[in-house]
Design a protein around this ligand. Structure first.
Ligand SMILES: CCCCCCCC/C=C\CCC/C=C/C(=O)SCCNC(=O)CCNC(=O)[C@H](O)C(C)(C)COP(=O)(O)OP(=O)(O)OC[C@H]1O[C@@H](n2cnc3c(N)ncnc32)[C@H](O)[C@@H]1OP(=O)(O)O
Ligand SMILES: Cc1cc2nc3c(=O)[nH]c(=O)nc-3n(C[C@H](O)[C@H](O)[C@H](O)COP(=O)(O)OP(=O)(O)OC[C@H]3O[C@@H](n4cnc5c(N)ncnc54)[C@H](O)[C@@H]3O)c2cc1C
Length: 643
């Protein structure tokens, strides 16, 4: 099962080796992080990042190994933006010459980059960005400027104190004419003494949600006061500006300017299962240790994992972790394919890839953020302790719902893709993840054939139910949209329904990828049978949660919906004996989990007790402030005391 989770034996070995390397190196200790102030926290992260870079070089780690190493260090920092956004932006949007000049510098970290797109006034609406890049023909330069307060770049990670360069997104102006938003490579700091270059105002945007997690990152603010950069620092794969000031667009679609976001959204989907599996591992292990009520004849109380209600909250999350792992893997292969096509100037699959990365990013991050919080509640009161590992995990993860495309905004992008697919149905056969929309007639006409709870243990029945629900919701939206004279007005008016239809479409993708994985990629019977149970749990849980959709679209009868729920209850009993094996298969080490409740050895209570004594408040019996502020209250007889 460990190999099935990792994707292959080799993938397992790489990840396992890197996990151990990090866990066994005292430099990467992280239990004390919550006690550090912001400056110490930040410096500590800089120290770890520098040490990691040394290890990567000394041990000659591969790119894959280096990624796992950074992952297990488990502290957001400037290198995330450098490797995940700055480098890919140059790779995807730079010309051959630009790549030749900038990539070797970036790949050896002689320069450190960030991705400066969002501004104080605009994040989602990229075309609304206000920073300007005005071409000056006399000097063959662009003049970068922040004309308003709201045009201040705001949020880029690593920008406040570390990055030496940034890809800055700005409106291109030539001879007073706007030519849309483009990316520019801008040097931010001196490579000698790290001071900000003239004309730039740079700083940190302030503390963020949680304490020891995202505050290790220096998210920054940046303002330009007429800063000049050479013309050849505009990323020119998509459009070019000549030295005469002529603007030209190549055959490459404008959307490629957004290509870095597609790449990171894919990574975020691939990473959702890491965060969710971590929370589920903690909650499952603790649910086996924790006992409440149910003692008979002085015997032990019931392990809380044996309560059906606990199972109904925990096991769908366990199943979701596996579903997200597989859909993340699938999306990665889709993305690798599109990347190769883009390099060869084949843009045909870009719209579907954009819809998949946007929609699955929204689906997986929302479910993971909610899932982590549910795991905290599943651990009762102790889940609220920092030492449970869950509050910090939540604080670290929850911004994934906003960054790289706010989730609702992303679902609306999926809706645009679906509406377009439906409106083209007469003359263009949909393919890939939208292929089912090419079979609308049977999907709209046939109803579910399930008659017993056992009938739900059938991948075909499940797939057809999810396809019929999605198709009916999408077609329904298409029909209602057609009633509007102005399609954009219709889209805005129906946006709530469109987001729900997009969610149904994305859930269909996750369910069908899970089934596909079982049918074609899991060898042997033991692992396959166990995963089948999780696959059914995932699908029937979604069906139960969204039964309103399935009933309202007329595909299911209330009786069939309740049979699905009955089957779900039975499935929970089948998950229970393997619950610990399922979470052990994630291969998460104690160092990575950073949780007293989720310890592999289950030795929760003594370690919880021990951890409490490490709190600085327990350094002495009488702490600073008691004599000054508490003793006087005890000693003085004040007004109310006399009454
Ligand atoms: C916790 C785990 C973390 C692991 C992560 C690992 C990596 C860690 C690294 C960093 C951590 C996080 C750092 C965060 C960084 C950021 O947040 S960077 C900023 C990200 N910003 C956004 O995502 C902005 C969101 N907005 C947009 O993407 C767009 O503006 C838009 C909402 C899509 C709308 O764009 P616009 O109005 O310009 O375009 P439309 O007119 O709507 O669309 C025109 C057509 O283009 C299609 N389109 C849009 N985007 C894309 C795309 N990316 N690729 C391909 N096609 C695209 C759109 O659908 C339209 O198509 P149509 O004409 O056929 O309808
Ligand atoms: C931790 C973190 C790190 C970040 N790192 C970076 C970085 O490195 N570089 C960078 O450039 N940016 C970064 N960002 C910024 C991030 O990309 C944006 O915050 C994100 O894209 C969301 O945009 P917004 O803040 O403008 O949200 P808004 O769009 O203002 O969202 C506010 C609300 O409006 C709704 N809304 C907006 N538009 C629509 C619409 N058309 N229809 C319906 N509802 C709508 C949204 O659903 C949401 O509920 C980071 C953000 C965070 C939190």
């Amino acid at each position: 099962m460990k190999v099935a989770w990792a994707g292959s034996r080799e993938a397992f070995q790489v990840s396992d080796r890197m996990a151990k390397l990090v866990a066994n190196d005292p430099v990467f200790e992280k239990f004390s992080k919550p006690m550090l102030g912001r400056k110490e926290l930040f410096k500590n992260t800089l120290r770890k990042a520098a040490y990691a870079w040394k290890l990567i070089n000394d041990l000659r780690l591969t790119e894959e190994e280096a990624k796992w190493l950074r992952h297990y260090i488990d502290e957001p920092n400037y290198t995330d933006l450098h490797w995940e956004m700055f480098v890919p932006a140059i790779e995807g949007q730079g010309t051959k010459e630009q790549k030749k000049k900038w990539l070797p510098l970036a790949q050896t970290m002689q320069i450190i980059g960030t991705y400066a797109q969002t501004e104080l006034g605009h994040g989602s609406n990229v075309q609304g960005l206000e920073t300007t890049a005005t071409f000056d023909r006399q000097t063959d330069e662009f003049v970068m400027h922040s004309p308003t307060l709201t045009s201040s770049k705001w949020w880029p990670g690593g920008m406040a104190k570390v990055a030496t360069h940034a890809i800055v997104y700005a409106r291109l102006i030539i001879d007073g004419l706007f030519h849309g938003v483009h990316g520019f490579i801008v040097q931010l700091r001196s490579l000698e003494d790290h001071s900000p270059l003239p004309g730039l105002t740079l700083g940190d945007i302030g503390m963020k949600f949680g304490h020891g997690t995202y505050n290790t990152m220096d998210n920054g603010v940046l303002r330009f006061d007429h800063v000049r950069i050479p013309r050849n620092q505009m990323l020119m794969r998509v459009s070019q500006v000549t030295k005469e000031g002529k603007y030209a667009q190549s055959d490459v679609p404008r959307q490629l300017l957004y290509g870095t976001m597609v790449s990171v959204r894919q990574t975020i989907v691939a990473d959702a299962s890491k965060a969710l599996s971590r929370a589920v591992c903690i909650a499952t292990r603790y649910s086996v240790v924790r006992r409440q009520f149910g003692s008979r004849n002085g015997g032990p109380e019931t392990q809380v994992i044996d309560y059906k209600t606990q199972q109904s909250r925990l096991f769908p999350l366990l199943a979701s972790a596996y579903a997200f792992r597989f859909v993340g893997e699938w999306l990665k292969s889709l993305y690798i394919d599109v990347k190769q096509r883009l390099e060869a100037n084949d843009f045909s699959t870009l719209p579907e890839t954009h819809a998949c990365t946007a929609g699955l990013k929204a689906l997986t991050t929302a479910a993971t953020a909610d899932g982590i919080e549910e795991c905290r509640k599943l651990c009762g009161g102790h889940g609220y302790l920092i030492s449970s590992g869950l509050p910090e995990l939540f604080a670290f993860y929850v911004p994934a719902c906003s960054y790289e495309g706010e989730n609702v905004v992303m679902m609306l992008q999926v809706a645009r893709f679906l509406v377009k697919t439906v409106s083209n149905l007469g003359y263009k056969q949909p393919v890939g993840t939208a292929a089912y929309l090419g079979r609308v007639t049977p999907l709209l006409q046939n109803n579910c054939a399930v008659q017993t709870a056992e009938d739900w243990l059938n991948p075909d029945a499940i797939l057809e139910a999810f396809e019929a629900r999605a198709a009916r919701m999408v077609i329904g939206c298409g029909e209602r949209l057609a009633m509007f004279e102005n399609p954009e007005e219709g889209f805005a008016e129906l946006s709530i329904d469109l987001v729900e239809a997009s969610l149904a479409h994305c859930q269909l993708i996750t369910v069908s990828v899970f089934i596909q994985k079982l049918n074609h990629e899991i060898p042997g019977n033991g692992v396959k049978r166990s995963l089948e149970v999780l696959c059914y749990v995932y699908a029937l849980f979604l069906l139960h949660k969204h039964q309103g959709d399935f009933l309202a679209t007329g595909y299911l009868t209330p009786k069939q919906a309740s049979l699905a729920n009955e089957q779900l209850r039975t499935l929970y009993s089948k998950v229970r004996p393997n619950a610990i094996a399922f979470v052990d298969s994630f291969n998460h080490m104690d160092h990575y989990l950073c949780s007293v409740l989720g310890r592999y050895d289950g030795n929760v209570y003594p370690k919880l007790y021990e951890a409490a004594w490490k709190d600085p408040l327990n350094d002495s019996d009488i702490v600073d402030g008691i004599q000054q502020y508490v003793q006087p209250i005890l000693k003085q007889k004040l007004h109310y005391a006399k009454l």
